[in-house]
Design a protein around this ligand. Sequence first.
Ligand SMILES: [Fe+2]
Length: 361
Amino acid sequence: MMDSDSLNGARILIVDDESANVLLLQRILQRAGFEDLKSTTDPRHVLSLFTEFMPDLVLLDLHMPHLDGYAVMEQLRSRIAPSEYLPILVLTADVTAAAKQRALSGGARDFLTKPLDATEVVLRIRNLLETRSLHQVLQDQNVRLEEKVRDRTAALEDARLEMLARLAAAAEYRDDDTGEHAQRVGSLAAFLADALGISEEESELIRLAGQLHDVGKIGIPDAILLKPGALSTDEFEVIKTHTTIGASILSGSQSRLLQLAEEIALYHHEKWDGTGYAGLRSDGIPVPARLVAVADVFDALTHKRPYRNAWPAEDAIKYVRDQSGRHFDPSIVTALLDREGDLSSSTPGDPGHEEQGVQEP
Ligand SMILES: [Fe+2]
C-alpha cells in the first residue's frame, strides 16, 4: 500500500466556477498534506491547464457556465490514454441517478456531494490516488515485461539463425573446412531472387535456407565424399542421395524457413530440361531450388576444386549462359546476366566433389 507521503506529492487540478468552493477544497487538501494544487474557475481553461500541469487527479464541478463538467470530461478524454488511470472526481449537488449515470459514462470515477465534508473529500481522494498509483506500478511492470520479451525473442531468433548457419557449416565441414561455399550459395541465390523481383523478406529466407542445400552430405560416407579422382556410377548414385537425406533431415517442420530449406535440399539438383536427379522439369521445379541450382554451380565453378583451378568469372558466366534452358531456368540466367556487374568477387574456397556433373570447357 502507498504511504501518505508519496500520495501527498500528487498533482491535483480543481475546477469549479465558484471561487468559494475552490478555496474550501484548497484548504481541505492543504490541511491533509497535499501541496501540488492548481485550480481554475473558468472551465474553458481546463484543457490547457491539464496539458501543462499533467494532474494525477481532477476535481470537477458539473454545473458551470460556458462549459459544463460533462463537456470538460469530453475534452479531456482525448488527452487521457486508454491505458492510463486518471481519476476524475465529480463535485455535485445534483445526485439524481440519471446525473450520476451520465457522469460515470462520461469518465467520472467517483462523486463528492455538496456541501462538501472534509473527511470524505480526503478519503475519496486518497482512495483514487492509491488506485492510480497501483495502476502505474502495474503499467511499468508491463512495459518492463514487454521489453524483456522483445529482448528474449530477438536473442532466440539470433540463436535460431546461428544454429542454421552452423548446421550448414557442419555439412560442409568435411569437404570444405571453411563452410563458406554454403554461405555464398545462400547469398548468391538471394541476390538472384532479388534480381527476379522476389520480395526482400522471401529473398532473405532463400538466403538462409539456401545455406542448407547440401546438409544431406552429412549422410554420405567419407570414402565416397572425399575420394580423390573420378567416382564410379554406383558411387555417384550414393552422392546423389544427399538431396533426399537433406530433405529428410529438414522434413516435418512447422517453420516456413525449414520447409523452404527442405524443398531446396531436395530439388537443387533438378535441371530445367528434366535431366536432373529426380527428373523434375521447368515450372515443376520450385523457384527457390532453381535459384540455388544456378548459385551452386556458379559458385563451384568460380572457386578452386582439388582437381582444377577456379574458373574466371567470365568463363563461369559463359557456362551458365550456355546452360540456359538446359540446366537452368532461362529467366534466372537472364537475371544473372543483367546483374553480372554487381557480382562481388569472392575468395576461392576448396569444395570437394562436383555433384552437378559440370564438364570442363
Ligand atoms: Fe548438392
